[in-house]
Design a protein around this ligand. Structure first.
Ligand code: 8X3
Length: 253
């Protein structure tokens, strides 16, 4: 990993907080940012997982449910300082057409992907600004740029993330806080297993016959974005496997 965190004025390690860090992109990002010289604070609901990850990378673990305001505020209050916030927590639940929408699944998608991201951002903005070199990285999705059958609960939430990122870009103009959105296509993580409620066959079928991205591929890109010089803002990155041209068009062997 060739990336190196920008130095802080007092020589201490910059702090990065990552939500949804118990697995997948969040976990891989925690490792990548620790390797780049950040002190990493990992948050997720699954406490044992983040505790062992924090021990491994020399960081801290704080239990976090981004859909619960008290949990979000308690997490933010425990951060000593903060340079980078990676809003990664979220996910898709189900693939039903709108005519068969399940209210609880939609509610869960909006609460984690949209409200959770907003509450984390709001709670962390003062510390990010105080750092004089803050950076918010929102993990969106190709589903925030396109729509596909059965995807509306997730695509509408991720379209919301795009709007939030763009709004932050203009609202934060003049403040020392960078804002980046990374929009991955197919990444083989627990994502599809969660979407299909643990159905292994359905989940593995998503990646059948092609080489998907790995969580480490996305973590590498996040590490690149947050280690650019402080005056460089990467607004937006759409990242897919070579074999995926759009949310609905992939080349399979
Ligand atoms: C995951 C990408 O296309 O399954 O964020 O919605 S997709």
């Amino acid at each position: 990993m060739p990336y190196s965190a920008n130095p802080t004025p007092d020589g201490t390690k910059p702090v990065a907080a990552i939500t949804g860090a118990s697995a997948g992109i969040g976990e891989a990002t925690a490792r990548a940012l620790a390797a780049a010289g950040f002190h990493v604070v990992v948050g997720a609901r699954r406490a044992e997982r983040i505790e062992s990850l924090a021990t491994e990378i020399g960081g801290d673990a704080i239990p976090l449910d981004v859909s619960d305001r008290e949990s979000v505020d308690a997490f933010a209050a425990r951060l000593p300082r903060l340079n980078v916030l990676v809003n990664n927590a979220g996910g898709a639940f189900g693939l039903e057409p709108i005519a068969e929408s399940v209210d609880e699944k939609w509610r869960a998608m909006w609460e984690t992907n949209v409200l959770g991201l907003m509450m984390m951002t709001r709670a962390c903005l003062p510390a990010l600004e105080a750092s004089s070199a803050g950076h918010i990285v929102n993990i969106g999705s190709i589903a925030g740029l396109e729509s596909y059958p059965g995807g509306a609960g997730y695509t509408s939430a991720k379209h919301g993330v795009v709007a939030i990122t763009e709004t932050l870009r203009v609202e934060l103009l003049g403040k020392p806080i960078r804002i980046t959105e990374v929009d991955p296509g197919m990444v083989e993580t627990e994502f599809s297993l969660v979407r299909f409620d643990g159905d292994n066959d359905r989940a593995s079928n998503v990646y059948r016959g092609l080489k998907p991205l790995t969580a480490a591929d996305i973590a590498d890109i996040i590490a690149f974005a947050v280690t650019r010089p402080p005056h460089v803002n990467i607004d937006h990155l759409r990242v897919t496997p070579l074999a995926q041209a759009s949310a609905t068009l992939a080349h399979r062997q």
